[in-house]
Design a protein around this ligand. Structure first.
Ligand code: AMP
Length: 429
């Protein structure tokens, strides 16, 4: 017990860790190419700040604790709220739009299972300061591109609009807490439980029918017609009009064919106001790789001006799992050269040779003691190192290293001053 990690946490041993770093680097690569800048916020903050706008589901999952002064703190369960706190309190004067991304750990007290941990990792973007269909579309497009750029195939997006659900809740004279069960059943597509819940409510039949219909409205943008025929509400009309405008902008991106309208997506976090979306790959079934949407009122909750915003978070753990299921071949970080000195006399020149090669970017190993050629080559073979530089008395005397190509089994002499050029020509960087 003492030496196990707590439930829902993971150690990443070097091979898995390298894959993680690769995924994170690919996300960073995509986000920066789209003009997003990285931001980092504390892992723990005041509970009162972290809970703003998030809703009961997330609040109940937070790890909370008191500091020595009795202040209530919590580990962050997601990163949109902290980014909004920063924008509201420290970045109001930045010119808009503000485009930010983060990569980091999040914490939720949930039942651990495959793809669900208590400490997990998210990469996400937030686009703040503008509310246009073009900004909604950009964020969805960068989600697809980011997932494809880490190597995932068959990425699909379900796109909905929580404004529709929220307007229906309002029409029904309820608030969001009262509608929590409805939302859960719509989100999970539990039609029977949804019907049971609706039967308990004394609201207009057309509203009941609309709630019941939401999880079934999937397909092209024309699925929204059914709802317009059923419900006469300016707020629902406006939400659908907004969804149609976003879908139209998305038509201009090469990913339009990967997007399905799905009004059953209502998401468990309260701060969303309009478009909401989730990303999937077939190998992960119903388990979303990531999701997000527009949240136009969250920043004002921190006492700042109104700043409209949209963004998403993807789970790095689930992306990793999905890549494994798709048999993705992660690039292997490899040591390319082993420097082997035969006696202590050659140690200093071996150190200098190693340093010179590392300085220009080659990953190089240096043996830790004088080694015979046979033992040295065996080591290189075990570690899959393709080139060995052998430095013995003879090499120092002639100012020429012996370079062995492990793949070909051949070797040649290369003068010390030409070694860098030689390896560049071999393109083993
Ligand atoms: P959310 O912040 O709930 O919208 O979640 C966004 C994404 O984060 C999900 O689609 C998952 O990929 C990931 N995620 C959320 N909760 C967990 C968790 N407990 N364990 C692992 N990944 C998670």
């Amino acid at each position: 017990m003492k030496y196990q990690t707590p439930r829902g946490t993971l150690d990443f041993l070097p091979d898995k860790c390298a894959e993680r770093v690769y995924i994170e680097e690919r996300f960073r690569y995509t986000f920066t190419r789209w003009g997003y800048a990285e931001i980092r916020t504390p892992t723990f903050e005041y509970f009162d700040a972290l809970k703003l706008g998030t809703g009961d589901e997330l609040i109940n999952s937070m790890f909370t604790f008191e500091d020595k002064g009795g202040r209530l703190l919590a580990l962050r369960p997601e990163n949109t709220n902290p980014v909004c706190r920063v924008v509201a309190t420290k970045m109001q004067h930045y010119s808009k739009p503000i485009k930010l991304f983060y990569i980091g750990s999040q914490f939720r007290y949930e039942e651990p299972q495959s793809g669900r941990q208590r400490e997990f990792f998210q990469a996400g973007v937030e686009l703040l300061g503008i509310n246009t269909p073009e900004t909604d579309a950009e964020v969805i497009a960068i989600l697809i591109e980011a997932l494809q750029n880490i190597g995932l195939k068959d990425v699909r997006i379900n796109l909905g609009h929580v404004g529709v659900f929220k307007s229906l809740v309002q029409e029904a004279g309820m608030n969001l807490s009262e509608a929590a069960e409805l939302r859960k059943n719509i989100d999970k597509g539990n039609i029977e439980a949804l019907e049971d819940e609706l039967n308990k409510l004394s609201i207009q039949n057309s509203l009941k029918e609309a709630f019941r219909l939401l999880p079934e409205l999937k397909g092209g943008i024309e699925v929204t017609d059914q709802l317009l025929e059923l419900i006469d509400s300016p707020d629902v009309d406006a939400a659908i009009e907004n969804l149609r405008a976003i879908a139209k902008v998305l038509d201009g991106y090469p990913y339009a064919g990967q997007i399905t309208i799905n009004l059953g997506i209502v998401r468990g976090i309260d701060y969303y106001t309009s478009s909401v979306f989730e990303a999937f790959v077939p190998e992960m079934g119903e388990s979303a790789l990531g999701g997000g949407g527009r949240y136009d009122n969250l920043i004002a909750e921190f006492g700042g001006q109104d700043v409209p915003a949209t963004g998403y978070a993807v789970g790095i753990d689930r992306c990793h799992l999905a890549l494994e299921k798709q048999n993705y071949e992660f690039p292997k970080p490899e040591i390319r050269i082993l420097v082997l000195y035969l006696t202590q006399e050659e140690r200093n020149i071996a150190i200098q040779t190693t340093i010179n090669l590392r300085r220009v970017g080659f990953p190089v190993l240096l043996t830790f003691e004088e080694k015979g050629i046979v033992a040295g080559l065996k080591l290189a073979d075990k570690q899959n190192v393709p080139f060995v530089i052998i430095i013995g008395e003879k090499e120092v005397k002639k100012s020429e290293a012996t370079v062995r190509d492990m793949t070909k089994g051949s070797q040649e002499s290369v003068s010390f001053k030409n070694l860098i050029e030689y390896f560049f020509s071999k393109m083993v960087k």
